[in-house]
Design a protein. Structure first.
Length: 496
């Protein structure tokens, strides 16, 4: 019998972060959250930035809380975050500027400029990454156009989890799953695409060595040990540092042809492959080939998940209506089917602010029913998401030449049971939901595999299946989604 193992995992999302201790004992994993915090950001006239040092302070508090509860000895520490955003540091390890938030305006229209330098087809052929204006490649291009181009004085560009790992152990590396979100990685060599980097004129020297998920970076720095009480012998692992990569690690699949859905602020849907898939159909559907564990590729599409609903709730709270998410879902249930939908890929929905107004404006533009009611607007968002999942499943099947038998959904979004049922109805396939804490579970899983406590990914997924509740949703109301499919697709073409 293996002795009890303890791991600290940090999972940082666009709104909040948490520090969790994962305990592995008797072939099961249990989680205890020891610190939850806001992922601090600042928006002002000079831009939209992450307050990275405030986030670092939360990391220190998280480790301190873990030590208070479990003592100084742990078997590993790992960090995962959202993708694409980065920190620039100089040769003395000083931050050159506050890192930009991926929703900052400076990348508006930057893709057109990029395609004048390197064609869209060539970028996809070299990187296989879905096109979005916030991809790191476009952020770096925007930086290179500034009067003071910080790329010319930077020593290294470290993506968010790589920078936090550097603060913890002093090693400057680029973990592959997070590096793959940049649009500057070759998915075959699993290294930087120097050809793309050179074509855009980015200095090669700022790109650190790429390491695979599960690499031991080093031990906790003595300074961190002194601050928190954690032992300086605790290893820091480059887990699957991209939160979606960690979430996919936690998918409790047990055979068959399955797709995954990581459900949160963003929805990410796709399949796990052994090789990148950069065909004409994959390009046309705008699929991405991001890094996974054990040399896998996550062939997936980003979908604007719960962000519109989060922004609607924020808007209503500002208006003095303190709706909770369960209340909004109940309003939508009571309203019933909306018979109205929005295109979640429309750029207006990407930015913060006035989301209910944006949704009603879109509905008016497309000649659809409009009601200024929270239940109606929530139903519009949930049904639009379910239709997006339906279309994405079909695109995966077409592009990859597979027949998806079931969908596994993990993450906080699976707590929305109404959307779960809509999703099963829309895709016409069984939906399995769980675990809710998929990302932090996957983070811990990579550490367990890296430390030798678990043999491989397949064994880890068995452990997840016996450690957490998995729920099943069968299609029950598919007629509504079948009958309205053509109307929804007309909405996507903006000509209903």
């Amino acid at each position: 019998m293996l002795k009890e193992k303890k791991y600290i995992g940090f999972d940082l999302g666009a709104e909040s972060g948490r520090c969790t201790v994962a305990v592995f004992k008797d072939n099961k994993i249990t989680l205890t959250e020891v610190h939850r915090f806001v992922t601090h950001n600042v928006k002002y006239s000079g831009g939209f930035h992450w307050d990275i040092l405030a986030i670092y302070k939360e990391i220190i508090e998280g480790i301190s809380n873990a030590v208070k509860k479990y003592g100084p000895e742990f078997d590993g520490v790992g960090v995962d975050t959202w993708g694409v955003d980065y920190v620039l540091i100089d040769s003395e390890d000083r931050i050159l500027s506050y890192p930009y938030h991926y929703r900052d305006d400076r990348t508006d229209n930057i893709m057109d400029e990029a395609f004048n330098i390197v064609s869209k087809n060539e970028i996809y052929a070299l990187s296989g990454i879905q096109f979005a204006q916030f991809n790191t490649v476009f952020q770096l291009l925007a930086e290179s156009r500034r009067k003071l181009n910080l790329l010319t004085v930077a020593d290294k560009m470290l993506l968010m989890p790589d920078y936090l790992n550097f603060l913890l152990c002093g090693k400057k590396k680029a973990e592959y799953s997070i590096a793959s979100t940049t649009g500057l990685i070759d998915p075959v060599t699993r290294n930087w695409s120097w050809e793309l980097i050179d074509k855009f004129g980015f200095p090669r020297s700022i790109f650190p060595e790429v390491t695979e998920p599960g690499t031991k970076l080093g031990n906790i720095l003595p300074s961190i040990s002194q601050l928190t009480g954690i032992s300086s012998n605790v290893p820091v692992y480059a887990s699957a540092c991209h939160d979606t990569a960690s979430a996919v690690v936690s998918v409790p699949a047990d055979g068959g042809t399955w797709a995954f859905l990581s459900s949160g602020t963003w929805s990410l849907m796709g399949i796990e492959l052994k090789e990148p898939f950069r065909t004409e159909k994959a390009f046309a559907y705008n699929f991405t080939n991001e890094g996974g564990v054990e040399k896998t590729i996550r062939f997936l599409k980003n979908i604007l998940g719960f962000w519109p609903l989060q922004e609607c709730r924020r808007y209503w709270i500002d208006k003095g209506k303190e709706y909770t998410y369960p209340q909004l879902v109940q309003f939508a249930k009571e309203y019933g089917h909306a018979n109205a939908w929005v295109d979640l890929n429309d750029q207006r929905f990407l930015k913060a602010g006035h989301m209910p107004e944006k949704i009603t404006a879109y509905l008016k533009e497309t000649n659809q029913p409009v009601k200024d009611e929270p239940g109606f607007i929530t139903a519009v968002i949930l049904e639009s998401l379910a239709y997006s999942y339906r279309n994405t499943i079909k695109e995966i099947e077409d592009a990859a030449g597979v027949k998806i038998e079931k969908l596994h959904a993990v993450g906080g979004g699976i707590q929305n049971e109404l959307l779960n049922q809509y999703t099963a109805d829309a895709i016409g396939k069984p939906l399995y939901t769980g675990p809710v804490e998929g990302t932090i579970i996957g983070n811990a899983g990579v550490q367990l595999i890296a430390s030798g406590a678990v043999r491989n990914l397949a064994e880890w997924r068995k452990i997840v299946r016996v450690s957490f509740e998995i729920n099943q949703y069968e299609p029950a109301g598919s007629d509504y989604f079948n009958q309205n499919e053509s109307n929804f697709n007309k909405v996507l073409m903006n000509n209903l």
